[in-house]
Design a protein around this ligand. Structure first.
Ligand code: GLN
Length: 379
């Protein structure tokens, strides 16, 4: 049979995590915490199971959870999303992204993405016959977008633009000006914006998260995607959501209903209850900023060079002073010989552009970060 994705192998996250396990390395590759989430949340989910939330949830998601999501946008941004028809709960942000792309992308539609880009976007577009139009961002320019270039790439075939701030893998964030530029470039068009905001609650050094929902014209054609897995330290629960104007959610649900139909119900109810206390997501930036600071402090005398990450729980490190080896090879060597696993950035770049940069996840216990930093400082 002919592969629908001839150029796609196994996602780098599985490749590096398996290699880490095989070589008993400290795993700072795939983005997940190695500490337990709040016991209170776990208790609320088991309580939901014990009190009967065990049958199908509504397709758009448990209404209490949708209300809790709406309340969060109200509280954080004074923005209204209607829980009845503008919010859908999904099996992780990954499914939201897949379903949004499947819902709207037809043969030959163009989708603009910024590279380095999260690895699922491109295959999702290709599976639907769409064409990725990539715009490369560069470490030397702090991964800033040249909006003039975006303007030049937009044409009548442009169906979607995918943005991701705070940005995985680089840890950079879009400024208000970036968002205004995007809003202006897409004004009076039918371009759908997919705004992957799964790291919205991890933003540092006084920066504020510029959600696409804050820009009225942009909001009218945007899917904002969020993740409870990232926010509540349970990446295995597979639960996220998207918010969009009701006309867009109406189309989304046509695909969603025959994809997963609905999401694990007790988890939804447990999270809805847990979100009644906003501190559970408001405290996250402080929590992770401390971890970032600790990690960077511990490696400050190493031969790795860095600009501190402004968001996400990832830090990119430039190793060009250590070796000129290809980043994929160096990441493997670091895992197998030194015992620290990371993610090479080239796999997210256009034409595998190799910047000699690796991504490290600092969502780890302080002990783990210390052990990893000790090794990295000796290289
Ligand atoms: N989002 C996670 C990361 O960037 C990985 C998700 C996955 O492994 N599918 O590391």
């Amino acid at each position: 049979h002919q592969s629908k994705l001839p150029n796609v192998g196994t996602t780098i996250f599985s490749v590096m995590s398996s290699l880490a396990t095989k070589h008993n390395a400290i795993n700072l590759s795939q983005g997940f915490p190695n500490f337990k989430s709040d016991q209170k949340l776990i208790d609320l989910v088991s309580k939901a199971m014990n009190s009967g939330y065990n049958q199908y949830a509504p397709m758009l998601g448990n209404l209490e959870l949708r209300k809790a999501i709406a309340k969060k946008y109200e509280l954080l941004h004074a923005i209204a999303y209607h829980p009845e028809n503008e919010i859908a709960v999904t099996a992780g942000a990954t499914q939201a992204i897949f379903t949004i792309i499947s819902t709207f992308i037809n043969q030959h539609d163009e989708v603009i993405i910024f590279k380095p880009a999260y690895d699922s976007y491109e295959p999702n577009v290709e599976l639907n016959g769409g064409k990725v139009v990539a715009i490369q961002l560069y470490a030397a320019l702090n991964f800033k977008v040249n909006w003039q270039e975006v303007k030049e790439k937009i044409n009548s075939r442009t169906k979607m633009i995918i943005i991701n701030s705070p940005h995985n893998p680089t840890g950079s964030v879009f400024s208000k000006n970036d968002m205004l530029q995007l809003e202006n470039l897409t004004r009076n068009t039918n371009i759908i914006v997919l705004s992957d905001e799964v790291y919205e609650h991890m933003i540092y050094d006084g920066e504020s998260h510029q959600s696409a929902c804050l820009f009225p014209d942009l909001k009218s054609r945007t899917f904002v995607v969020g993740s409870f897995c990232k926010t509540f330290h349970n990446t295995g629960w597979r639960i996220g959501y998207c918010c969009a104007p009701k006309e867009l959610i109406q189309e989304f649900i046509k695909v969603h209903q025959f994809n997963v139909f609905c999401i694990h119900h007790p988890t939804q109810k447990g999270i809805a209850d847990y979100m009644q206390e906003p501190k559970h997501y408001l405290e996250l930036s402080d929590f992770y900023q401390k971890k970032r600071n600790l990690f960077l402090h511990l490696i400050k005398d190493s031969r790795f060079k860095f600009t501190p990450s402004t968001g996400t729980y990832f830090q990119v490190l430039d190793y060009s002073e250590i070796t000129q080896e290809y980043d994929v090879d160096f990441a493997k060597l670091l895992t197998m010989e030194y015992g620290v696993a990371s993610i090479p950035l080239s796999v997210f770049n256009s034409d595998n552009l190799d910047n000699k940069v690796l991504r490290f996840c600092f969502a780890k216990t302080d002990d783990t970060l210390k052990q990893a930093a000790e090794i990295l400082s000796k290289i």
